[in-house]
Write a protein of this length. Structure first.
Length: 277
């Protein structure tokens, strides 16, 4: 019975790590057929500069609500992974959402609720705009767009490289964690105190797993740096001809112009409604 219980726990742990890996990979490379992914990255970055900055300087609720509805639609079109949306909801709730709920529960009036609602809409709008651009685009396209706007090539490369490294780091963490659990002797968790001891044991195993994980990551990073040097990355990063060839595939299409036109038309209608209300 105990063997089956340990086996089921191991399977659940593996599935949870695999789930995270699949969500990261889906979020980075599984949205190539969406409307957002087909747009030019330069247009999306320009779009993001508006919806990621302007809401912070506006306190009009109808305008913020209209912007929130637009970025919610674009997030839906980007088909963002459920893990990212879950983190978004958690982040909004821990930042301002819980204050709004507590104020409503304890009978707060409009004077107390309105500022919290404005702040919540600002955080949610900017967060969804960020999710649309940075999660809906292919990492390589995003890096090329940033490089076109003058971002250093090494920084843009680091963004795309980080997406590739996350699943590898999770798999490495899974291997190290399972090796610790195989060699360990977890306490029995039939009683309440046993469950507490088991929870403390799991936390200690996770903490100890980070040391070999960091060592293995350093080794992997060193190997990656050596491979890049052999392939002439340092020269290519500062060569204008290489940059020109890399950015030659970028092209603004009618879909990009239509996306910008519809977005700013939506904003114009939102401003009109806010002036009439």
């Amino acid at each position: 019975m105990k063997i089956m219980q340990k086996l089921s726990e191991s399977i659940l742990d593996k599935l949870s790590i695999d789930f995270l890996c699949n969500q990261v990979l889906k979020n980075a490379y599984g949205n190539d057929d969406t409307i957002i992914a087909s747009l030019d990255s330069r247009i999306l970055i320009l779009w993001y500069l508006f919806f990621g900055v302007v809401p912070w300087f506006v306190n009009d609720i109808p305008f913020l609500l209209g912007c929130f509805l637009l970025v919610a639609i674009t997030t839906k079109l980007a088909r963002v992974a459920g893990l990212v949306l879950g983190l978004f909801l958690l982040g909004v709730f821990t930042q301002t959402g819980y204050l709004l709920i507590v104020t409503l529960l304890f009978g707060g009036n409009e004077t107390a609720i309105a500022p919290l609602l404005v702040l919540t809409l600002k955080v949610a709008t900017v967060s969804l705009a960020s999710i649309t651009v940075f999660s809906g685009l292919d990492p390589d396209h995003l890096a090329n767009g940033l490089m076109w706007y003058g971002c250093p090539e090494r920084l843009s490369f680091s963004i795309s490289y980080a997406y590739r490294m996350l699943p590898l780091l999770m798999e490495e963490f899974q291997s190290v964690l399972l090796s610790y659990r195989l060699r360990g002797n977890p306490p029995a968790h039939d009683t309440f105190l046993g469950k507490v001891r088991y929870l403390i044991y799991q936390i200690r195993v996770i903490i100890h797993s980070f040391y070999p994980l960091m060592l293995n990551t350093a080794k992997r990073s060193r190997t990656t740096v050596e491979v890049l040097e052999i392939k002439g990355y340092r020269y290519a990063a500062v060569n204008k001809e290489v940059k020109k060839v890399k950015l030659s595939t970028m092209k603004v299409t009618n879909n990009d112009a239509m996306f910008l036109a519809l977005s700013f038309l939506w904003v114009a209608v939102t401003i009109l409604i806010s002036t009439l209300v």
